[in-house]
Design a protein around this ligand. Structure first.
Ligand SMILES: [Zn+2]
Ligand SMILES: [Zn+2]
Length: 319
């Protein structure tokens, strides 16, 4: 049954978006089942929104009605703290999630603060771009933070919703890209996405062969891994960065971290500035999500398919 709500008067710095597309992100599934203990029902999930500006508040000058825009995980922040003023709004302690304690994008309309409503370059396809608003920035931002460049050797762990985007962005940065997967069936796919090398993580010899070869390893996997083997795969000064959430705590030996100045890190989404930059990079380098489309009214069906990992690689709802 459709859920209706009255959002009230449009705030002076708010933008109302008429939604054309919304990607399904795994965070939506976690919110739906209250895995993080923060969900308040009823709510509308969805935080990979593409649409057009339907209305703007009285103080909004930078966006016009009818303009194509996107909205990701974050819909507002305090705007005045150290992190907001440093352009790192994604670290703001008062950050507002687009569908956390409010209603998100599996809908006709959604609202957000103007700073988080991002214009979309004309050449980008709306459906293929929706997953970039959360999935894309989640893998793009750490590569920028850790200075991935043409001299970098980058490993991507997991070839799924996040990983297939990460391979494309790493390639766009000019890095040598190695895809790590538990299944050799993904090898051809990894190469077609732009990976130079492929390693089956279940083959211990293959993992030993890549010891000391990677500058930056981005783990998109949400299953437990042999983290020690990935630390071993890093070159001195290398970083293992997690954006997927494995169920168990990460246990590694300290010595390889100490001896090689290696780091374990994580990354939460990205700032509005980085979102704009990422969309520009996607437009110029042809980075796009591989998607399966569903009508908005079939959201439950789509969620079910995502839960069963039957979507290659991101599901997108369309109005
Ligand atoms: Zn997300
Ligand atoms: Zn702030």
């Amino acid at each position: 049954m459709p859920f209706r709500y009255d959002p009230g008067a449009l705030g002076p710095q708010e933008v109302e978006i008429s939604i054309t597309h919304c990607g399904i992100c795994h965070s939506d599934l976690h919110l739906i089942s209250n895995d993080w203990g923060i969900s308040q029902y009823p709510f509308i999930p969805g935080h990979e929104v593409v649409g057009t500006v339907a209305a703007v508040g009285s103080e909004v000058q930078s966006l016009q009605v009818g303009q194509r825009v996107g909205l990701g995980w974050q819909s507002n922040s305090c705007g005045v703290c150290e992190w907001c003023t440093r352009g790192m709004e994604n670290l703001c302690l008062s950050a507002e999630g687009t569908c956390v304690h409010r209603n998100g994008g599996y809908a006709d309309r959604v609202r957000a603060n103007l700073r988080f409503v991002i214009p979309i370059p004309d050449v980008l396809d709306s459906a293929q771009t929706a997953p970039l608003l959360c999935g894309g920035i989640t893998v793009y931002n750490p590569m920028r933070t850790h200075g991935v460049n043409p001299s970098s050797r980058v490993g991507i762990v997991g070839i799924g919703g996040l990983g297939h985007l990460a391979i494309q962005f790493a390639r766009a940065f000019g890095a040598e890209v190695t895809a790590f997967s538990t299944t050799s069936e993904k090898e051809e796919e990894a190469h077609s996405l732009g990976a130079h090398n492929f390693v089956n993580t279940r083959e211990s010899k293959a993992m030993k062969d890549v010891a000391g070869t990677q500058d930056f390893i981005l783990s998109t996997a949400n299953a437990d891994q042999d983290w020690g083997a990935f630390i071993q795969a890093l070159r001195p000064t290398g970083t293992l960065c997690l954006v997927g959430v494995p169920p168990s705590p990460i246990s590694v030996h300290a010595f390889p971290l100490i001896s090689g100045l290696r780091t374990i890190s994580g990354n939460p989404t990205g700032s509005p500035y980085r979102l704009r930059e990422m969309l520009d990079v996607a437009a110029r380098h042809g980075v796009k999500a591989q998607i399966e489309s569903f009508p908005m009214a079939k959201a439950n069906e789509a969620i079910d398919k995502v839960k069963k990992s039957k979507v290659r690689y991101r599901a997108v709802l369309a109005n």
